[in-house]
Design a protein around this ligand. Structure first.
Ligand SMILES: Nc1ncnc2c1ncn2[C@@H]1O[C@H](COP(=O)(O)OP(=O)(O)OP(=O)(O)O)[C@@H](O)[C@H]1O
Length: 251
C-alpha cells in the first residue's frame, strides 16, 4: 500500500482489494493479477505503467467492469462491482464510466456528433447542451461534427472518442493506450484535453500507457510488475518515469 493511501481511501473514486485474475488452469495458469490493492483518487489523473504482460490492461478491464476478476473486490464510485448482475453492470459502465481505447472504437456509419452522444442516446439520457458545446469546443471538433470516422484523421477520431467518454460526465474515465496509434502532435492534443478535464472539471482519469511522455501528463504514475502494484511516483516527468522504467528492465 502507498504511504498516502489513507488519503486516497477517503476520496477514492475506484478501489481494488486483493484483486486476482488467473487465466487458464493447472500448469498453464497465468496469474495476470496476483493480489492488487490500489486506490484511484477522485479528481486525479493516474497513469499505469509497467513491462509488457505485467497486468496493466487486465487491471484496468477488471476495474472498468469489462472483465471479471477471479477473486477480490472492485468498488467504482461507491458501488461494489462484484455484487451487480448483468443489467446493473451495463448501467454502471454506461452511466458512470467513460472509455477511451487505442483503436478509437467509433461507429463507422455515424457522424462525429452522433458518435459523441451515442452512449447517452442509448441510455435515453438527455445531453447537457452547454457541456456538449464546451467539450466539443475544447477539442476543436466544431467543424468536423458532421463527418464520419473515415473522413477524420486518427487524432480527430481520438478526440471524438474522448468527447464521447467525457460528455456523459462519468465518475471515472478509463483510457487504454489512448495515444498508441497517434503521432506526437495528436497525442499532445488528446493528452492535453484529458489533463484539462481533470484540472478544470475535476474529472477522474486512469490511463494505461507505455510512453513516459504520456505518463508525464498524469498526477501520479503507478508501476506494475508480474501482476502486482510495485511502486508509484507523484508529479512525474518523462525523464523520471523513463529512469524508473529502466530499473524495471522495460527497455
Ligand atoms: N485472455 C487471456 N488468456 C490468457 N492469458 C491472458 C489473457 N489476457 C491476458 N493474458 C496474460 O495475462 C498477463 C497480463 O496481460 P495484460 O494484457 O494485462 O498485460 P499488459 O501489462 O497490459 O501488457 P501489454 O503492455 O503488452 O499490453 C500476460 O501474461 C498475458 O499473456
Amino acid at each position: 500500500m502507498s504511504p498516502d493511501s489513507g488519503r486516497h481511501l477517503r476520496d477514492a473514486v475506484a478501489t481494488a482489494r486483493g484483486l486476482t485474475k488467473v487465466y487458464g488452469r493447472g500448469e498453464a495458469a497465468v496469474h495476470a493479477l496476483a493480489g492488487v490493492d490500489i486506490d484511484f483518487a477522485r479528481g486525479e489523473f493516474t497513469a499505469i505503467m509497467g513491462p509488457s504482460g505485467s497486468g496493466k490492461s487486465t487491471l484496468m478491464h477488471c476495474m472498468a467492469a469489462l472483465d471479471t476478476p477471479t477473486s477480490g473486490q472492485v468498488v467504482v464510485d461507491g458501488v461494489d462491482v462484484s455484487t451487480l448482475g448483468d443489467k446493473a453492470l451495463t448501467r454502471l459502465r454506461r452511466d458512470r464510466i467513460g472509455f477511451v481505447f487505442q483503436s478509437f472504437n467509433l461507429v463507422p456509419t455515424l457522424s462525429a456528433a452522433e458518435n459523441i452522444t451515442l452512449p447517452m442516446d442509448i441510455a435515453g439520457r438527455k445531453v447537457d447542451k452547454d457541456w456538449y458545446d464546451t467539450v466539443v469546443g475544447i477539442l476543436g471538433l466544431g467543424p468536423r461534427l458532421s463527418h464520419r470516422p473515415n473522413e477524420l484523421s486518427g487524432g480527430q477520431q481520438q478526440r471524438v472518442a474522448s468527447a464521447r467518454a467525457l460528455v456523459g460526465r462519468p465518475a471515472i474515465v478509463f483510457a487504454d493506450e489512448p495515444t498508441g496509434n497517434l503521432d506526437s502532435r495528436s497525442s499532445a492534443e488528446v493528452l492535453g484535453f484529458l489533463r484539462r478535464s481533470v484540472d478544470e472539471f475535476g474529472q477522474s482519469i486512469v490511463m494505461v500507457t507505455h510512453e513516459p511522455s504520456a505518463a508525464a501528463y498524469a498526477d501520479r504514475v503507478v508501476f506494475m510488475a508480474d501482476g502486482s502494484f510495485v511502486d508509484e511516483m507523484r508529479r512525474p516527468t518523462a525523464e523520471s518515469v523513463l529512469d524508473r522504467m529502466k530499473t524495471m528492465g522495460d527497455l
